[in-house]
Ligand binder design. Structure first.
Ligand SMILES: Cc1cc2nc3c(=O)[nH]c(=O)nc-3n(C[C@H](O)[C@H](O)[C@H](O)COP(=O)(O)O)c2cc1C
Length: 386
């Protein structure tokens, strides 16, 4: 874990990373990361809505020293952001999970391990030296979820993230067109895609075909079928999970004030405001739009995490100003790894860190924990006072 990672010289912006990864990855896997539900407009809207939040520069304040570290769930992290759960990361590049884990250690930040991770939850805990959180979906078989809960407890996990916004999977046109399924089906189209991306294909063959490893290592022999319905999950399910898990419980994928209040009443420890990066309800509002409303409903103290559309350090500051306590990054990590592996990831994290620190100074603050809605330029939001 200790060798130095040199930041990529090929990447100077997130757009560079996205463009490069588009070239390097088989189309099927680039589209899996980049794609969204239906017309894909919500994915775009998440970012444009963030862009529309304008901050007010403040001058003549001494901002020479700036602190980016933030406490969440009683843990001191070096940065106000962590890594959102993403299934099948090693499809982007062999060893992607390990690269994320390494950055988690270097930056002392959490990595949320997906239930559909290509590395088992036990190994990820080891690779991150205990900085991982575990994300779960409830499929039809709740027994398997309980098995994973037990495994997480035994491993030492302190934080569980229950994703609730995928009771049914919204259609993703690109995945359909490319024939992307888990488990994989390889026909002539997919074979051509691999053959025209030999670097990825050879590396993947040498490293081993990515599999959903939490399933592969399951004693109950459960199989991951991406299209399986999760529709029977309801409030009673959440109560059962709350009873079974004594550690921190985050409910991810919440966009409604009423749902947030109910989740708080059931005893969750935090809510992750998210529309799954525009990968679920196509006609939902942007996630950042929902954030201040949920903050208002829950009051100033209830822990809120935010994801969906974060593309820069400035976006993280905007989300904090809109009421988030902690922020998660998704697709940018995969673009970076797809573009230039561990070095690409190193570079994108450096860029985001730099933007965070500069933006903080330019709004006249020296500590990330001092951010409030006061830094927002638009009068309307300023008056909301949260
Ligand atoms: C390739 C990919 C796989 C994902 N897999 C999961 C998953 O397994 N579990 C989950 O809760 N969310 C998953 N998500 C959603 C992310 O956790 C997060 O909500 C989303 O990426 C945020 O949007 P953004 O990447 O546009 O910022 C996935 C997202 C992507 C892009």
């Amino acid at each position: 874990m200790s060798e130095k990672i040199i930041p990529s010289k090929k990447i100077h912006s997130l757009e560079d990373a996205r463009n490069l990864s588009k070239k390097r990855l088989p189309k099927m896997f680039f589209d899996f990361v980049d794609g969204a539900s239906g017309d894909e407009k919500l994915c775009e809207l998440n970012s444009t809505a963030l862009d529309q939040i304008r901050l007010e520069p403040r001058v003549l304040r001494n901002v020479e020293k700036r602190n980016l570290s933030k406490k969440f769930f009683g843990v001191n992290y070096d940065l106000p952001f962590g890594f959102a759960p993403m299934g099948m990361c090693n499809l982007t590049w062999p060893g992607a999970d390990k690269m994320l884990a390494k950055e988690s250690i270097i930056n002392n930040i959490p990595t949320c391990v997906s239930m559909a991770s290509t590395t088992s939850l036990e190994k990820m805990y080891e690779f991150t030296e205990g900085r991982s959180w575990l994300q779960l979906y409830i499929f039809q078989d709740e027994k398997f979820v309980m098995e994973l809960l037990d495994r997480a407890k035994k491993t030492g996990y302190k934080t569980l993230v229950l994703t609730v916004d995928v009771p049914i999977q919204f259609r993703r046109a690109k995945d359909d067109k490319n024939g992307f399924t888990v488990p994989f089906k390889i026909g002539p189209k997919q074979f051509f895609d691999f053959a025209t991306h030999p670097n990825w294909s050879i590396s993947t063959l040498l490293y081993g075909i990515p599999k959903p490893m939490n399933y592969e290592t399951s004693k109950g022999g459960n199989k991951f079928v991406r299209s399986e319905s999760r529709g029977s999950t309801d409030w009673e399910t959440l109560k059962r999970i709350r009873n079974a898990w004594k550690g921190n419980l985050v409910v991810k994928g919440v966009m409604s004030q009423d749902d947030s209040l109910k989740i708080k009443d059931i005893g969750a420890d935090a809510i992750q405001v998210s529309n799954h990066g525009g990968r679920q309800l196509e006609s939902a509002t942007s996630a950042i739009n929902a954030l201040p409303l949920i903050r208002k409903a829950l009051g100033p103290e209830f822990p809120l995490i935010f994801d969906s559309g974060i593309r820069s350090g400035g976006d993280i500051i905007r989300a904090l100003a809109f009421g988030a306590d902690y922020v998660m990054i998704g697709r940018p990590l995969m673009y970076a790894i797809g573009a230039d592996g561990a070095q690409g990831l190193r570079k994108i994290i450096e860029i985001i860190k730099g933007e965070l620190s500069t933006t903080l100074g330019l709004v006249g603050l020296t500590d990330i924990n001092e951010i409030t809605s006061e830094i927002i330029a638009q009068k309307f939001f300023k008056d909301m006072k949260y």
